[in-house]
Design a binder for this molecule. Structure first.
Ligand SMILES: [Cu+2]
Length: 437
């Protein structure tokens, strides 16, 4: 048996012999943070349409394995694409750990080109920062690299390549890195949702996103899904909810708007905002290359929209460069359509009365494409697609499975006004007023 001193000296010599920087020398079990063995120390994040990355504990170190690889991905039923990501998905799985943990992350490259991983917002030694060429050699196809550092902070961070960023991030390579605080949070969060927002150009009928696009994005996503492919966020009435939102879009900031609530902005990728500095919002702007945490108590039951407020980001595969037909009189359209049908049987001008419901009208779309708007709702067609999902808050939930559509209590829903009501309240009666029910 070696004495403790002798074994430390041996470990140091071994580290030097292997060319390991001393900060990478193996950490003994005694030095390991107790949080790595205590899964009850935090409420795990919920990743709509996504996953967290499994880990093993080896001698007190949390060991993760990321695999950078091509991914066959479905944005929504009907639209598949050849993307790049990690561990079979885009965005990559969420890495989840606790402040004080030592983490060792292996990165295997199964892409046709080199890559690297940068740990966005995380305070770490310079040699672990992941810029290919600046802090390390690039990870060649077939190689596996090792990153190792101790987590000194908590909050919502990200990971992404820093090699051929435009192509690799544009094809879907990004993920969240969530670090829970060492001291339990007060008040405790019951539902901790984590998602990334992104934008893509997938020309209708093609299956490879175009990473060179700078302006005309047509697939706007939450965890790489666009509505109606997005998963709802389900909470019990009274739950304290956190949304952790990361933005690694290629070009755009996204103002994320929640209906039915106001929330407090509680953190960024720079850390937690002290209570006195938290401010109320209903829309949080999430700039490119940053994260925002918001919190609220889900006290209002219902199906509440959660979406980017840039209205072009609520469209799927919008055809741009179309002539603006809104406001052309019906009879002019009829005459034009008759002439056009000699050339194109079945031709019908669309969009002169606005573009709502166009998807519903059975527009023919090329294979591997989806209607440019929305999906079915409980009261008709929802004319929003893209970066849109639904927060479903219910009382008496026994599971967090999708509870279906909210049943709106009688007498609390908008409906056609009756002529009697209109007259009583001094509103001019429209000529096409609905008949009294
Ligand atoms: Cu947006």
């Amino acid at each position: 048996m070696m004495s403790r001193r002798a074994s430390i000296a041996f470990a140091l010599r071994l580290a030097l012999t292997l060319g390991l920087p001393l900060s990478l020398a193996p950490v003994s079990a005694q030095e390991a943070s107790p949080s790595v063995t205590d899964p009850a120390a935090y409420t795990p994040v919920v990743v709509p349409s996504g996953a967290t990355l499994p880990f093993r504990i080896v001698d007190g170190v949390k060991v993760f394995h990321l695999v950078a690889e091509p991914v066959d991905h479905e944005f929504a039923p009907g639209l598949k694409a050849a993307c790049w990501g990690y561990n079979g998905r885009t965005p990559g799985p969420v890495i989840e750990a606790v402040e004080g943990d030592r983490v060792r992350i292996y990165v295997s490259n199964k892409l046709p080109e080199p890559t690297s991983v940068h740990w966005h917002g995380i305070l770490l030694p310079n040699g672990m920062d992941g810029i290919a060429g600046l802090n390390q050699k690039s990870i060649e196809p077939g190689e596996t690299y090792r990153y190792e550092f101790t987590l000194k902070q908590h909050g919502t961070f990200m990971y992404h390549p820093h090699f051929d960023e435009m192509v690799q991030i544009g094809l879907g390579m990004a993920g969240l890195f969530v670090i829970h605080p060492r001291e339990p949070e007060n008040p405790k969060v019951d539902r901790d949702f984590a998602f990334m927002i992104a934008e893509w150009k997938v020309p209708a009928g093609t299956s490879r996103p175009d990473p060179a696009e700078m302006t005309e994005f047509n697939t706007l996503t939450i965890n790489s899904k666009c509505f109606p492919g997005t998963a709802p966020l389900v909470a019990k009435q009274g739950d304290r909810v956190r949304l952790r939102i990361g933005n690694l879009s290629v070009m755009d900031h996204h103002p994320i708007h929640l209906h039915g609530y106001n929330f407090k902005v509680t953190g960024t990728d720079g850390g937690e905002i002290p209570p006195a500095g938290q401010w109320p919002e209903t829309t949080v702007l999430v700039p490119v290359g940053s994260t925002r945490d918001v919190q609220f108590v889900a006290d209002a039951p219902g199906d509440w929209a959660l979406h980017c407020h840039m209205v072009h980001h609520l469209m799927n595969q919008m055809g741009h460069g179309l002539p603006n037909l809104i406001g052309i009189p019906d009879d002019a359209v009829q005459q034009f359509d008759e002439k056009m049908r000699h050339l194109l049987p079945g031709y019908m001008t669309m969009g002169h009365q606005g573009m709502g419901g166009m998807a519903e009208m059975g527009m023919r779309v090329p294979s591997n494409s989806i209607p440019m708007v929305g999906g079915e709702g409980p009261y008709g067609y929802i004319d929003m697609g893209g970066m849109f999902t639904i927060l479903k808050v219910r009382e008496n939930l026994t599971t967090y499975e999708d509870p279906g559509w909210y049943e709106i209590p009688a007498g609390t829903q908008a409906r056609p006004a009756t002529p009697d009501e209109i007259k009583r309240d001094g509103i001019p009666v429209p000529t096409n007023a609905a008949p009294t029910p």
